[in-house]
Design a protein around this ligand. Structure first.
Ligand SMILES: [Zn+2]
Length: 71
């Protein structure tokens, strides 16, 4: 069960197809994928410095201090 829930199609939000978490950017998504190419695994986004940001009912992982941008 993922900790975040966001509507896709807003800004650069992307969802991990493995763990189901939502991320503000592909770069932040990459942060939670660790391991060699082809053997990458998901780690808890909180352990790589990401925090959950919220706007309304939408949440996603982003860098601390990020303003949720739905454009
Ligand atoms: Zn993941």
């Amino acid at each position: 069960m993922s900790k975040t829930n966001s509507k896709l199609g807003t800004g650069k939000t992307c969802q991990c197809s493995v763990c189901g978490e939502y991320f503000s950017t592909v770069g932040n998504f990459d942060k939670h994928r660790e391991g060699k190419h082809g053997e990458k695994v998901c780690v808890d986004p909180a352990t790589v410095g990401l925090v959950i940001v919220q706007r309304g009912e939408n949440t996603k992982w982003a860098m601390p201090g990020t303003t949720y941008d739905v454009r």
